[in-house]
Design a protein around this ligand. Structure first.
Ligand code: PRP
Length: 223
């Protein structure tokens, strides 16, 4: 994911998480009298890598339910196309789409910043384009996080040129202090501090995406 402060990207460094964390057999939690929820990585297993939990799985589920209700109402008489931005949006896309009570279609884009520097150039290239012709469609872009806003500024301009009937954004997290470009976002899960956060799709060096909660990463992990 993107970094903090003046738009600098955090360096990609070897992480210090024991890889066995994700590979451990999950504790059995189903059965009579037990929760039927899917297990997932236990926060206790990565607690040394995190400094503060910002939002728990319950917080995220509750907020997504609220947003899904708004989206259901707003698109009640429209065919909705959700466009997820890989990779981080996988989690929110999966949960949001299933929280909706109306039908929707889904498509995906993969994009990457140009350049090898640590600072985002704001110019992105499309690694995977949509399979869907969005002309005349009601499109809702689904993101995990808006940091500087540069990625979405490019993406919106690109998608707008394809003639959708409407084009809106839903993001689970946004860092208002880091925004370099004003982006009109219709649905925001949470505004968060300008810190390095991981979990629920947000990664460091490809890891921590599959945490159910969102937490700040301890500096010793990325420094
Ligand atoms: C993250 C996130 C957004 C982008 C936002 O993607 O998913 O697409 O950064 O940053 P910005 O507002 O500063 O442009 P990232 O490039 O980290 O890739 P990922 O989704 O594969 O983690």
């Amino acid at each position: 994911m993107t970094g903090e402060g003046d738009g600098e990207r955090f360096p990609r460094r070897p992480h210090r998480v024991d890889r066995s964390v994700c590979g451990n057999p999950a504790p059995v939690r189903s059965g009579p009298g037990r929760s039927s929820r899917l297990p997932g990585v236990d926060l206790a297993d990565v607690t040394d890598d995190l400094t503060r939990v910002l939002y728990t799985r319950e917080d995220i589920d509750a907020r997504l339910a609220e947003l899904a209700g708004q989206i259901d109402a707003d698109y009640a008489d429209k065919d909705l196309l959700l466009v997820g931005v890989l990779n981080g949006a996988v989690m929110v896309m999966a949960d949001l789409s299933r929280a909706l009570t109306s039908h929707c279609e889904m498509d995906w884009m993969a994009i990457s910043s140009y350049g090898a520097g640590t600072k985002s150039s704001g110019v992105v290239r499309i690694l995977k384009d949509l399979n869907t012709d969005i002309a005349g469609r009601h499109v809702l872009v689904v993101e995990d996080i808006i940091d500087t806003g540069l990625t979405l500024t490019y993406l919106l301009s690109n998608l707008e040129s394809r003639g959708p009937a409407s084009l809106e954004i839903m993001t689970m997290f946004r860092k208002p202090e880091a925004l370099e470009n004003r982006v009109d976002v219709r649905y925001v899960g949470y505004d968060i501090p300008n810190e390095f956060v991981v979990g629920y799709g947000l990664d460091f060096d490809g890891r921590y995406r599959n945490l159910r909660s969102v937490a700040t990463l301890a500096p010793h992990v990325y420094r």
